[in-house]
Design a protein around this ligand. Structure first.
Ligand code: ADP
Ligand code: MG
Length: 217
């Protein structure tokens, strides 16, 4: 198993205002599997994705990645864990507006790759995703589908073991949404977990997990 979540809970607030975003979740994710996490708005999908990414700290429970217990109290270790293992794709792309597609894709690795490797890696990934011609364009010059492909390229540039996608097609029309899903399906070298409320997307994944009020149904 790549991931094991043991008894993970995430509560916001306390007392009467306590929201149980995740409520004693136990689940594993196999290497190279593509899983959809579905459920109504507010059921805890983003919270689950953020904990898996090491961006949110669970209130209780244990998160094992590749057999190692994640220590949420150590920020430096967490950032290293993220950089080495995780690629994240979000609904609204989160591209930097005053940077070109190339510069956006380079963001996570620009200080870590030598120049030659940086150029080669970015060109290869841009080719694979069909945005090579757009590398010098700024986000405002790109369509929604192209922006999402730049965001996917940025998530893949570190060669992560785990790709997390939070409503990756939420801002796209049906054609572009279909393209994004076929790109994600082609990523055979990583485990992919997609939070979505779109049943058509879920149907294309090998496995579906349904959340309801913070619990797995
Ligand atoms: P989903 O992504 O499925 O829509 P979320 O994980 O975003 O669900 O939210 C799960 C629950 O936790 C919701 O009831 C939401 O209002 C609540 N929640 C999420 N983030 C916060 C926060 N930062 N503070 C308080 N409540 C939150
Ligand atoms: Mg969400």
């Amino acid at each position: 198993m790549l991931i094991e979540l043991q008894d993970i809970s995430k509560y916001y607030g306390s007392g009467q205002n306590c929201v149980k975003a995740l409520d004693h979740i136990n689940i594993s994710f196999r290497e190279y599997e593509m899983t959809a996490v579905i459920g109504k708005s507010g059921c805890g999908k983003s919270t689950l994705i953020n904990i898996l990414a090491g961006l949110a700290t669970p209130t209780s429970g244990r998160y094992y990645f590749n057999g190692n217990l994640i220590d949420f109290s150590k920020q430096n270790q967490l950032s290293k864990f993220r950089y080495e293992n995780i690629g994240i794709i979000v609904q609204n792309f989160a591209l930097i507006n005053n940077m070109t597609a190339y510069q956006n894709i380079a963001l996570p690795v620009r200080k870590r790759f030598v120049k030659g490797k940086l150029v080669d890696s970015i060109e290869a990934i841009a080719n694979r995703l069909g945005i090579y011609e757009k590398l010098d364009s700024f986000p405002y010059q790109l369509s929604g589908g192209e922006c999402q492909r730049v965001a996917i390229a940025r998530a893949l540039i570190c060669e992560p073991k785990l790709i997390l996608a939070d409503e990756p097609t939420g801002a796209l029309d049906a054609d572009n949404a279909g393209n994004v899903i076929s790109i994600l399906k082609d990523i055979t070298e990583a485990t992919v977990i997609i939070a979505t409320h779109d049943m058509e997307i879920a149907a294309q994944c090998q496995r579906t997990i349904t959340l309801s009020y913070g619990k797995i149904k």
